[in-house]
Design a protein around this ligand. Structure first.
Ligand SMILES: *Cc1c(COP(=O)(O)O)cnc(C)c1O
Length: 467
């Protein structure tokens, strides 16, 4: 064995051992980290080394330094934000992606990962019931998937009024009106900011956080008053962070299209509902939109990071991200290159773990995963709702639930006690002007034991906080 081969083998063997140890600790370890970032920083060697170190030693050291500061996000008892764990096939595929070290920008240069990502994209379109000819790009996450869909929309609506944003920029051009629900995710605003479109006009939401279609229609009408409708983009949401609720798709998309607007759907976790016959109806009409954003690192349970941007008109997506340079030889057989579907040139083949996840789950496995997560959310709502002093604040229609323990002060105190207890992780938040404890059921491995442990942990936290 050559020295290089030996170095890889030793380092990877150590990484494998530490990875398995980490995963094996999930059932028994506290979910929260034992150390803060500053605490970890204080244990790290202060100085940059003068000379080299053995790769395997570096891996051992790294694992030792990191261990106290790791959050058990792959744990079945982790319910914070909207996270998701890692399916075994997806994690292993991600290791291969690192080892292969493909710069997944161009089909002719990295054909294997290009083909795998294209197939993963086709499978996703099929599962989610989106138009089969759509363009699909694998982004770092939902934020950049929103950015990608909105960039395509920006280009399209300006092109229609004769303004070529790619060459002319935005300055001096027609104003693009962007309209979104009051309870949109913050990443929509971030994406719009990157795109130079400013803050969207917020349209009122109902008590579950769904955009009100009549308010959207009124806003579109107001914009069209006194002339032809200018360029406009409407952003809808499939999956509200707090309630899990879905905007009424068909009605909103029809009214938006009647006004010539581009419709983008942020379905970071909720778009996966479309894979299940049980939930498909709640998203009826979603396939009529122009672009969609979702995450694979949430509901699909692939490792970080992976978002998915889908644009119905594949050519609009390509036109939005392509580049003309002399040093890239492109295939140009009418098939776009991977870099023409995302904001990045160089990137890892993050769609490959998606391929592995879908291959390992199969169609029925994806449906079963989505339905199991939602069943678990409902079971938690039902059992926690029976505890005296607990109020479930949302209709549990998908994977999210919000709880109150009475006053805001008490809710915050119980949330803190729960986090300190360590058995589970659930995040505090504010929804509809109330402090809430938010539970997101997004991990494939959450089982009956985790549910029982979670309910017991909430009971302990409640008992620890005086009324
Ligand atoms: C998580 C989330 C996002 C952002 O996705 P990232 O992967 O964190 O960039 C956008 N919208 C919704 C509804 C989300 O839940």
């Amino acid at each position: 064995m050559s020295a290089d081969e030996e170095a890889y083998r030793e380092a990877l063997d150590r990484a494998r051992a530490h990875s398995l140890e980490w995963l094996a600790s999930m059932p028994s370890r506290a979910v929260r980290p034992r150390a803060t970032a500053d605490g970890i920083a204080a244990t790290l060697p202060a100085e940059l080394r003068d000379g080299p170190a053995e790769a395997a030693e570096v891996v051992d050291e790294l694992a030792r330094y990191a261990e106290p500061g790791l959050m058990a996000m792959p744990s079945g008892r982790f319910f914070g934000w909207v996270i998701g764990g890692t399916l075994p096939a997806a994690l292993a595929a991600d290791w291969l992606v690192s080892a292969w070290d493909q710069n997944a920008a161009m089909r002719y240069a990295t054909p294997a990962v290009a083909a795998l990502e294209e197939q993963a994209g086709q499978w996703l379109l099929e599962l989610l019931g989106l138009p089969a000819a759509s363009g699909v790009g694998f982004t770092t996450g939902g934020t950049m998937a929103n950015f990608t869909g909105l960039a395509a929309g920006r280009r399209h609506v300006l092109e229609r009024v004769g303004w070529h944003v790619d060459s002319a920029g935005l300055t001096g051009g027609p104003r693009v009106r962007v309209i979104a629900g009051a309870e949109r995710h913050a990443s929509v605003d971030i994406a719009l900011r990157y795109l130079g479109l400013g803050l969207p006009t917020a349209v009122a939401a109902d008590e579950q956080g769904r955009i009100r279609p009549e308010a959207l229609a009124a806003e579109l009408e107001a914009g069209a008053a006194g002339g032809s409708p200018g360029p406009a983009i409407v952003v809808l949401q499939a999956g509200n962070l707090h309630s899990g609720a879905f905007d009424p798709m068909e009605e909103c998309i029809r009214v938006a299209h009647a006004h010539g607007a581009w419709v983008h759907v942020d379905g970071a976790f909720g778009l996966w509902a479309a894979a299940s016959p049980r939930y498909r109806e709640a998203l009826a009409g979603i396939e009529l939109a122009d672009s969609w954003a979702t995450d694979a690192h949430k509901t699909l349970n692939v490792p970080y990071d992976c978002g998915v941007a889908v644009v119905a008109n594949a050519e609009t997506l390509r036109a939005s991200f392509t580049a003309e340079t002399s040093y890239l030889v492109l295939e140009g057989h009418g098939v776009s290159d991977p870099f023409e579907r995302v904001p990045e040139f160089s990137r890892r083949a993050r769609g490959v773990p998606v391929w592995a996840a879908l291959r390992s789950l199969g169609r029925s496995g994806v449906v079963e995963l989505v339905e199991r997560l939602t069943d678990t959310a409902r079971a938690l709502a039902e059992r926690l709702g029976r505890l005296p002093g607990v109020e479930i604040l949302n209709e549990v229609v998908f994977t999210q639930l919000c709880l109150s323990f009475g006053s805001d002060k008490r809710t915050r105190a119980v949330t803190q006690a729960l986090i300190d207890d360590g058995e589970v992780w659930m995040s505090g938040s504010r929804w509809r002007d109330r402090a809430v404890l938010r539970i997101s059921v997004s991990n494939w491995s959450t089982d009956a034991g985790d549910i029982a442990a979670s309910i017991a942990a909430v009971e302990r936290a409640m008992a620890a906080v005086p009324d």
